[in-house]
Design a protein around this ligand. Sequence first.
Ligand SMILES: [Zn+2]
Length: 170
Amino acid sequence: MCKVVNLYKEPYDVYIGRAGKGKSGYFGNPILKGKRCLYCGMIHDESGTTLDCYRDYLNKRIKEDAEFKANVKALKGKIVSEDEPFNEMLGKYRSGDRTVFLRALQKTKFSNAIQLDHDDEALKEAIDRYKNIMELLDKSLAETVANDDDDFLRAIKSTEIYVTYNKCFK
Ligand SMILES: [Zn+2]
């Protein structure tokens, strides 16, 4: 569930305002008051009147821009933050840093959020899949302990994927 707050009055998870004041405005309303609107072709003179077009813009962009859609999903799941915008993390992931998202999930704020109820089926499934795979691994590791293979155990337990599992689900 998203709740919109006044930036200066309440704490917030993700900035969805316009660009400026050191914020990227990635989720913000790109339609400016007093300028010709790209969506309806009119000029919005009063604040508040751009909101219908902003909603149309968001819906259209979610349909057409897979990356934007992923960002909105992450926003709803509270698994993005402004200290490291999702786009930057995705850039790092694509350039070979395969654990960038796992490391983010190790932060308390996100490892707690992952256990909340999410109204997004795909996100819920992904979280369950991860949890199930890791539980299986965890069980196998418990059997490995009996075989005294300490180095193997230590190596697995120090991987980012295992550390993240511990933080999120234990
Ligand atoms: Zn408009």
